[in-house]
Ligand binder design. Sequence first.
Ligand SMILES: [Fe+2]
Length: 227
Amino acid sequence: MAPLVDEPMADTRDMFLAHTALRREFRLLPELIRGVAPGDTRRAEVVGAHAAMLCRVLHNHHEGEDLLLWPKLVERAGAEAAAIVPRMEQHHHAIDEAHTEATGLLGAWRSTGQGGEELAEAFERLLTVLLEHMAAEEREILPLAEAHVTAAEWHRLGEHGMEATPKQDLPLVFGMAMYEGDPEVVKAVLATAPLPVRLIVPVLGRRRYASHARQVHGTTTPPRVGR
Ligand SMILES: [Fe+2]
């Protein structure tokens, strides 16, 4: 059923916050892994914990889309959705496979520091399909969502991501998304949050990501990818 015409529709700009952060961090990951000397378990644990956190963020992001976005588009956007949603689902499937392969290798590398090259290559395969997927989603899915999904429904997608993220990771994940994010969009994302959250989260997020990036990337300002 089509949404009511006078309901505000989705503002999808926040998808770019998530996608830009995922692009940047997954692009940097293979070289980070290759930079760990074989057997250096201390460094492998730092980079490995970072990789595991990224994998959780990616998984939650796609789970939300599978549950809350594709079905609405299929129901409401007719032939346009039929032309693109199956491709999106195929991408998610291919990403899942690459993700399972990478996370399967990750545990052993974290604890032994051995098998880094194999792991870096698995993350490169994940990156290839992830980049293709996000570009197609931005080009073809977001305009459909703006036409067929209400603002309230879109908001649920963001909530799903937050609910699925462990509480202690939230400031870091938010800071990671804010790092290259349009400040206007960051403001819009927080607009419905209670005042203390609106005040504290940006400050805490920026600080958490800066110290995390210093530890993982060796700088508080890792290279930006832009949109
Ligand atoms: Fe997405």
